[in-house]
Design a protein around this ligand. Sequence first.
Ligand SMILES: O=C(O)CCC(=O)C(=O)O
Ligand SMILES: [Fe+2]
Length: 358
Amino acid sequence: MAETAPTLPQKITTIKTIAESPGLTSIPSIYSFTPNPHDHVVSDTQVSLPAIDYSLLTSGTPQQRSKAIDDLGKACKDWGFFMVINHGVPERLVRSMIDVCRGFFDLPEEEKEEYRGKHVLDPIRCGTSFNASVDEVFFWKDFLKIISWPVFHSPNKPAAFSETSLEYSTRTREIARELLRGISESLGLGPNYIQKAMNLEQGLQVIAANFYPPCPQPEIAMGMPPHSDHGLLTLLIHNGISGLQVQHEGKWVNVNGIPNSILVNIGDHLEILSNGKYRSVLHRAAVNNKVTRISIAIAHGPSLDTVVSPAPELLESEKKAAAYTGIKYKDYLQLQQSSNLDGKWTMLIRICNERELW
Ligand SMILES: O=C(O)CCC(=O)C(=O)O
Ligand SMILES: [Fe+2]
């Protein structure tokens, strides 16, 4: 007998609509979590987050560049997360990018309808929660995801969205490319290795804008569950409101970054390529009961058809066996989208005793 198709959730209301309901004092039960009593959260003023000076990487003396590459390698190894300073992106561009994203979320619901839901590789897609078709508990956020490279896409509203996101995504891509050159060198692979092996000319760039409105019970709701990002590097900005937490040495570190810095984290595919030398980092987003938080994470990945596996040159130089099986980037994205697995996805493709997973 044929299996019954899983029931799709009814039309899902945006979190913006729920948060704006008059007199809301508690959250609907589908949003409610049991907080983990073992979670230990510290502030980034208590631990010092690595800072990478981009200007030294791109226009420093050879000694300064070499020091910046060492710092970069260390940040990738110890944290998988760092902030980039002196990146040259004007503050007004960062502010405009946040404003146009807010403008999109503020559009009347029916104007966002044409971009609602659908497939992970749709060029423009908005929705609510993390992965609403499979989430068991919902997350307190709405999102907008746009593919901005190798082909640029943009919603046609608000009016300035297209121009601003084109400028910002172009600048971000340039920074990601330079960081990846440095990271490639830090792995002893030469500056252009990652660019060529991952076919970055055709590499996927996805803008993910996240909208977290005030939540009446922030202690039992989550904006985003612990996850690692797909791709090689994610570059993130936000509107100055706390919420991002990064896992480091068994603790959750509240991360704001210093003003005007760009926050960067290692994605799953850099973990695979580096054979686990650099790990993608678990992070999550908390919510608050006072103000809307907006974050914009831009993921930079290989081209969709690239099969990512540990770099043979690295295995050779480090005399190590491959710890991951190769997987096509596109297949990884599709697999990830169809599951509600919490946490890290690279676990699935680590070569381990549970090989029968595959
Ligand atoms: O809102 C944040 O700070 C985190 C966003 C994030 O992790 C993501 O979009 O992948
Ligand atoms: Fe993320």
